[in-house]
Design a binder for this molecule. Structure first.
Ligand SMILES: Nc1nc2c(ncn2[C@@H]2O[C@H](COP(=O)(O)OP(=O)(O)OP(=O)(O)O)[C@@H](O)[C@H]2O)c(=O)[nH]1
Ligand SMILES: [Mg+2]
Length: 507
């Protein structure tokens, strides 16, 4: 059986699969395919030429991969304070680099109800692939997730009594491997060396699409005297170490039909679509909704599940609180909610005079492209509570929000009254964050590694940190300066745990 599995692996971009768990001895590789190779053999051949492990993976490699995965799952250990019912719901995926072995893994983390152990069994399952082919993981993440979660919902049942020996589970893992290889052979997008991300900006003419892109790219000087976009304008921005392609679909009527007729060009394989509605142009709301419906139909016909984020543009600070704007927001929200079949639509009110509102909306889009976001935020949640912070933001040097966590305290210490809508905490505290963001940009230019600011009765602590050769900013909202010590004490731990996830955020 094992030989058959080795054969499958030989002809695939998959270099190995590994199931690890936290057993009595700590994090351990439990099932390894292919079987580990002899360490000495490898040492001799020492293939240090940038190739993915041709010779195979040694037990020591597997062990290191297991340790890194399991420690990410366990965080600071507080996770076991939760009862098993809470842990049962824990199903996270992450993409992580293993540069020493030229491998990248897609890892699936979950807890297994194991009768032989007092605590639920913490497990991580990895697909290890050649790091140069890792775009395969990002591009096919949905299908991979389905295959893996389906597999374990059955497989878990076989190992609740004891961890069976590898011979007895090889057949199961072979079937799983075949399914993964099937995805490799019929990929959603051809496997390339770089992940290609396509984001569409759509909406009626004059709704602020081009201004949004320019703001994200911070070409402010060009914001004045913008002309309508003629047809589709494809640009790319560099963010988080990769190129993201932005398709700005000029919204004038004469172009609209073209995009819909040729949807297999314009909408094809879009990872994400931002739909813009000019909040001030009430007269065109219904026209905008009609256009949106057509786009949604076209996406459906392409059998694409492209997520849509709605941008209510031109919500400038001087008018946003007016009765008129508030009622426009309410009406539009209702309209979009009626359209949406699943859950409530994701909406951001933006203004080009509040750069943060734009970066925030854009970040949430990027987060949708990140398989790692949930796992990072899971770790951030623990870190936030450990340090007694009310809010923690992880920001890229471009000002994109990579992860965030809030507690109800954040509302209190920013003097916010309205606590019913905790889901929208960010909207509520947004005015504070505009100030905060100005501070962020000033701080970025300074040489300092740390800065502390007082805003009304709260304290903002900003820290500049480096992971590998990538600059990152961590922003804390705290109520007492004394919390700084505990933050400093635990920050490095948190970063060590999550840095790989941050490095592989979107590509
Ligand atoms: N007040 C205000 N004006 C904005 C804002 N965003 C864009 N505008 C203005 O709205 C106008 C249209 O903006 P564009 O970004 O060109 O709109 P567009 O959606 O690209 O339009 P098309 O290319 O024709 O589809 C410009 O005059 C912008 O200056 C905003 O947040 N507030
Ligand atoms: Mg335009």
């Amino acid at each position: 059986m094992d030989k058959l599995i080795d054969k499958l692996i030989e002809s695939s971009i998959i270099k190995g699969i590994l199931f690890s768990a936290f057993d009595k001895l700590g994090p351990q590789p439990i099932y390894m395919f292919p079987e580990p190779i002899d360490e000495d053999l490898r040492e001799k051949a020492n293939s240090d030429n940038g190739e993915a492990n041709k010779l195979g993976i040694s037990l020591r490699d597997y062990t290191q991969i297991a340790i890194k995965n399991i420690s990410l799952l366990l965080g600071d250990g507080n996770i076991f304070k939760q009862d098993f019912n809470a842990l049962k719901k824990y199903h996270h995926f992450g993409i992580m680099p293993f540069p020493d072995f030229h491998l990248t893994s897609l890892s699936y983390f979950h807890f297994i109800d194991a009768k032989f152990s007092e605590i639920p069994l913490a497990s991580a399952f990895c697909i290890l692939i050649d790091e140069k082919k890792r775009s395969f993981l990002y591009d096919n993440i949905k299908r991979l997730k389905n295959v893996i979660t389906d597999f374990f919902s059955e497989f878990d049942k076989h190992i609740t009594e004891e961890l069976l020996p590898q011979e007895q589970v090889a057949r199961d893992f072979k079937k799983l491997l075949e399914k993964i290889i099937n995805i490799e052979q019929t990929p959603s997008t051809p496997i390339t060396t770089q992940r290609k991300m396509k984001i569409i900006l759509s909406g009626l003419d004059n709704s602020g699409k081009t201004s949004f892109i320019l703001s994200v790219d911070r070409k402010f000087s060009k914001l004045i005297g913008l002309k309508p976009t003629r047809g589709a304008d494809v640009s790319s921005i560099e963010a988080l170490g990769t190129n993201i392609f932005l398709w700005d679909l000029g919204g004038q009527r004469r172009y609209q039909e073209g995009y819909l007729d040729k949807s297999q060009i314009y909408l094809f394989e879009a990872d994400l679509l931002f739909y813009f509605i000019d909040l001030r142009d009430e007269e065109r709301f219904s026209e905008s909704i009609e256009y949106l419906k057509k786009i949604r139909t076209a996406l459906k016909n392409l059998e694409q599940n492209t997520p849509i984020i709605y941008i209510f543009s031109k919500g400038d600070p001087d008018i946003i609180d007016s009765i008129e704007m508030q009622s426009n927001i309410k009406d539009l929200k209702k309209n979009l909610t009626n359209l949406s079949s699943i859950g409530s639509p994701e909406i951001y009110v933006t203004s080009m005079f509040k750069i943060f509102s734009i970066l925030r909306a854009f970040s949430s889009g990027i987060a949708k492209l990140s398989p790692n976001r949930n796992l990072i935020e899971q770790n951030l949640r623990e870190f936030t509570s450990l340090t007694g912070s009310s809010l923690v933001l992880l920001l890229s040097s471009d000002g994109l929000v990579l992860a965030e966590h809030f507690t109800p305290e954040a509302m209190k210490i920013t003097n916010m009254q309205n606590s019913e809508e905790l889901i929208n905490v960010f909207e509520v505290v947004a005015p504070q964050f505009t100030t905060l963001f100005k501070i962020f940009y000033k701080f970025k230019l300074s040489e300092k590694e740390e800065a502390i600011f007082r805003v009304s009765n709260s304290i903002i602590l900003l820290k500049r940190v480096e992971i590998v050769n990538y600059e990152l900013y961590v922003l804390f909202l705290i109520d007492e300066e004394s919390k700084k010590d505990i933050i400093n004490q635990h920050l490095q731990d948190f970063l060590n745990r999550t840095q790989d996830l941050l490095l592989r955020y979107i590509s």
